[in-house]
Design a protein around this ligand. Structure first.
Ligand code: HEC
Ligand code: HEC
Ligand code: HEC
Ligand code: HEC
Ligand code: HEC
Length: 488
């Protein structure tokens, strides 16, 4: 990728439009753009329609290509994860907890964004122009299989990506759609053979050894897409692949699965011998998609941990707050441009008075007023650090440090009315330090906080709610939608 592509400009209709958008961003301002209700459904018999759709997707760039219809592997009744799960019980349970499983109906932010340009929603920009329909591109990564689409695209009006011609999909499978990034996405190709690491197992379905399954390209198919469609106002900004390629992890042969799919020896199917297998949790930020999914995600935090270390150090007389990317094979944060970390430190004297404070906000910032542009990007690349100074300590102080991470800012969270349906972020670090003279000692550390500690810290950096285990994982999920105070 060239350097200019690294600094992406976001084409958006304006502030109001921008608020609703995540990172494959839509903001068409064309007054001619059609909406779905105005677009005729293409005619033609079932094979004709499928052929036309297959031909259309094949003609498009990779990140727009919904997969061609897959044959059901011999010996299996269908392609659903539930079917695989009857034999691959543990792997299925792990996948159920993954964000991949929750990339469709469980993602309230995604659904809100999708709805804006689907179904001919009469969405209008402040200029009175109407948004086109680019939702067919969004579903390409969130529900990538042909059978997961109620309608397939068979062509474009006027060659515009926001004016798709749809045809009803005779093979549409609503249950499969609900499974989002299901087993078949990574394991089945168009020959109906199941790809695996061995290729010689005693399986009741055809298998083939895939050298490529562990190759990060399987992941980059969706996690690397930097595209801008000027006239449709659509912008994809996934650079995780490029960030990883630039790191020593890539040159040392550590791909995405090495960190996100840890190895474990166990039977891969019930009543079969133990083998070296991989966990299918695919843990990342470990922010649950919905408040009630916290109990699924909580145990994974001990497995994956955080990508960054947060610490204090002395720089001459001053105390510095340091955030280092020690464990992530790409920027922290990565993926969604709305993601950010907020790490704050506060020094208190013996009387408990705040004598110094500092804050690091780590992420990208965009100015959404036309022409929208990237204002800053201080995400931390592998091995790098970000530093903020607390100034010189006078006398003995106690320093309290809090770290939170967010997938969405408060403004967009409120705009989509996501309270109770979506989780904006969580705390990932809290420590206290005792500083006196040249001594600097960490006196306590908690690195698995939930919900975001900032929610309980409106009055300052007092200990967060996770002091009590009960409020660590609130049963009713209340407070999980915490956002930082001071956010716009
Ligand atoms: C078919 C597209 C696709 C493929 C292939 C894919 N992903 Fe994903 N991945 C997604 C989407 C979409 C999401 C986000 C879903 C959401 O948030 O609604 C996601 C989420 C994730 C997350 C969780 C992010 C979080 O903080 O919760 C991780 C980690 C991840 N993917 C890693 C991988 C790895 C590693 C691979 C390869 C083994 C991979 N993905 C393959 C589309 C894909
Ligand atoms: C090229 C593949 C691709 C396309 C196309 C795509 N997404 Fe995604 N989407 C992803 C991946 C990968 C992630 C996970 C990365 C992350 O969570 O940071 C994701 C995550 C998301 C999330 C969750 C963000 C978060 O931080 O949890 C939302 C919301 C979303 N996408 C909306 C959309 C919308 C709306 C569109 C269409 C305009 C779209 N996506 C198109 C790949 C894609
Ligand atoms: C009726 C039980 C059953 C069902 C259903 C099933 N599998 Fe299997 N699968 C097995 C058995 C048994 C093995 C071989 C176990 C062994 O030898 O250790 C296997 C092996 C595999 C392998 C490893 C292949 C290799 O040799 O490298 C993969 C990958 C796999 N299955 C994926 C799937 C997927 C994906 C589905 C659903 C689309 C599925 N399986 C459905 C029983 C099943
Ligand atoms: C995002 C891609 C992805 C998805 C989705 C996915 N897998 Fe896998 N799977 C992999 C990778 C990568 C490997 C490891 C291959 C290797 O070790 O060479 C793997 C390995 C396996 C194996 C072989 C044993 C092992 O763990 O190495 C089985 C069996 C399997 N998967 C079943 C499933 C089932 C069942 C589902 C759905 C419930 C599923 N997978 C979903 C990517 C995926
Ligand atoms: C060296 C280990 C390592 C490698 C290699 C790695 N990751 Fe990650 N990844 C992490 C860690 C650790 C986090 C958690 C970062 C955090 O939030 O603290 C993470 C987080 C993520 C997230 C969630 C977004 C976020 O900012 O938290 C996604 C999506 C993701 N990784 C995808 C990938 C993909 C795709 C690849 C391959 C191109 C990959 N990762 C390679 C360790 C790794």
């Amino acid at each position: 990728m060239s350097a200019s592509r690294a600094t992406l400009l976001f084409a958006l209709a304006g502030l109001a439009a921008a608020l609703g958008l995540a990172y494959c961003q839509v903001g068409s301002v064309s007054s001619e753009a059609g909406t779905r209700s105005e677009l005729e459904l293409a005619d033609g018999g079932m094979p004709g329609r499928l052929d036309a759709a297959v031909a259309f997707y094949a003609s498009r760039p990779l990140h727009e290509r919904t997969r061609p219809p897959l044959p059901v592997p011999a010996g299996l009744p269908d392609l659903s994860a539930r079917t695989c799960g009857a034999c691959h019980v543990e792997i299925y349970q792990e996948w159920l907890a993954s964000t991949h499983r929750h990339a469709w109906l469980d993602d309230a932010q995604f659904q809100a964004e999708l709805d804006k340009n689907r179904h001919g929603a009469p969405y209008r920009t402040p200029e009175g122009a109407r948004r086109g329909d680019t939702s067919w591109i969004c579903v390409r990564c969130h529900t990538p299989l042909s059978d997961q689409q109620p309608e397939l695209v068979v062509g474009l009006h006027d060659e515009r990506v926001d004016r798709p011609r749809y045809a009803e999909n005779p093979r549409y499978d609503a249950d499969l759609q609900e499974e989002a990034i299901t087993c078949a996405v990574c394991h089945v190709r168009d020959d109906g053979v199941i790809l695996g690491p061995y290729g010689d197992t005693n399986a009741p379905h055809p298998v083939a050894k895939s050298e490529n399954l562990l190759n990060s390209q399987v992941c980059l198919d969706c996690h690397q897409a930097e595209v801008r469609y000027g006239d449709a106002g659509l912008l994809c900004a996934f650079s995780t692949g490029r960030e990883w390629q630039a790191s020593t992890y890539a040159t040392d042969g550590q791909g995405c699965p090495s960190c996100h799919m840890p190895e474990v020896e166990r039977p891969l199917a019930t009543d079969h011998p133990p083998r070296m297998t991989r966990r299918h949790w695919l843990g990342g930020s470990l922010i649950p998609k919905r408040p009630d999914l916290e109990s699924q995600v909580a145990p994974l935090r001990a497995v994956y941990g955080s990508g960054v270390d947060v610490s204090l150090r002395r720089q001459d007389a001053a105390i510095e707050l340091v955030v280092t990317n020690t464990r992530a094979g790409h920027n922290v944060p990565t993926g969604d441009p709305e993601r950010y970390l907020l790490v704050r430190a506060e020094a208190l004297d013996a009387q408990g008075r705040v004598v110094a404070q500092t804050e690091l906000r780590i992420g990208t910032v965009y100015d959404w007023t036309p022409p929208p542009h990237l204002v800053s990007d201080n995400r931390v690349a592998p091995g790098q650090e970000r530093v903020a100074s607390l100034g010189a300590a006078r006398g003995a102080v106690e320093v309290r440090v809090l770290g939170d991470k967010f997938r969405i800012g408060q403004e967009a969270f409120d705009y989509h009315d996501l309270a109770g349906r979506y989780v904006a972020g969580r705390g990932f670090h809290r420590s206290t330090w005792s500083v006196s003279g040249s001594e600097l000692v960490e006196t306590s550390l908690v690195d698995d906080l939930h919900p975001a500690s900032t929610q309980a810290a409106d009055a300052g950096l007092r200990p967060g709610p996770s002091d009590s285990p009960a409020s660590d994982s609130p049963a009713d999920g209340s407070g999980n939608d915490a956002r930082p105070h001071g956010a716009p």
